[in-house]
Design a protein around this ligand. Structure first.
Ligand SMILES: O=C(CO)[C@H](O)[C@H](O)COP(=O)(O)O
Length: 217
């Protein structure tokens, strides 16, 4: 329901950012339906996985590096506050998701209500790190009071679409996400992190057949 509500903001001739994950999937499927019925949009995927899904639905695509601005992006989140702060990157697509969000005029996050928190941080903060900087980045995260775990999938080190690693960083409940976001940005070798602060226009939360919308103040 949240995905269907979000897709109502998509108009003919828009450039649309396509998120990554099991929630964004429903929005991509709906955009595919509308394109098949004649909607004229061009889309920017946030991951190779989303790119392949969009191609399978014949959704016209643009390369991220060729885009100056994106009208609407629909993406998911791992945690959100009603103040529109997020943790993203559970699916490992945080770097492209952040570039796309930064280029986007209306960033719509869709999520189920179980992801709503008072304070971010129960979900570990994904940090995408250039492999050479792995040990240094772990030291720096520890110096900030966190612990860092190298993400693995099926026993193998998880490699992002950009051929980097993910550290899942635990800082406990985060009192000042904007400050932590800045501190993580300062670590050499960190490409991106999953704290999305000041990037979201609206969060649409699905509850069964109903939705609740949280707007930017
Ligand atoms: O940030 C993301 C991927 O990098 C996803 O949006 C986030 O992990 C939520 O995924 P899902 O909708 O599958 O719970």
């Amino acid at each position: 329901m949240a995905a269907l509500e979000a897709v109502k903001f998509v108009k003919d001739n828009d450039i649309i950012g396509l998120g990554t994950g099991s929630t964004a999937y429903y929005a991509i499927m709906e955009i595919g339906n509308l394109v098949a019925k004649g909607l004229k949009v061009q889309c920017v995927p946030t991951s190779v996985h989303t790119e392949n899904l969009a191609k399978s639905l014949n959704i016209p695509l643009l390369e991220l590096q060729d885009v100056n601005a994106i009208d609407v992006t629909i993406d998911g989140a791992d945690e959100f506050t009603t103040g529109l702060q997020l943790i993203k990157g559970g699916g490992g697509a945080l770097f492209r998701e952040k570039i796309v969000a930064s280029l986007t005029k209306m960033e719509i996050i869709i999520a189920d209500g179980a992801k709503k928190v008072e304070l971010l941080g129960k979900f570990k903060v994904p940090v995408e790190v250039v492999p050479l900087a792995l040990t240094y980045a772990i030291q720096q995260i520890e110096a900030l009071g966190g612990t860092a775990e190298l993400r693995k999938k099926s026993g193998e080190v998880f490699v992002t679409d950009n051929r980097n690693y993910i550290l899942d960083a635990d800082f406990g409940l985060i009192q000042d996400p904007a400050l932590l976001a800045e501190q993580l940005n300062q670590i050499e070798g960190v490409l991106a992190h999953g704290l999305f602060i000041g990037l979201t226009s609206m969060i649409i939360v699905g509850h069964g057949e109903n939705t609740t919308v949280y707007h930017r103040n």
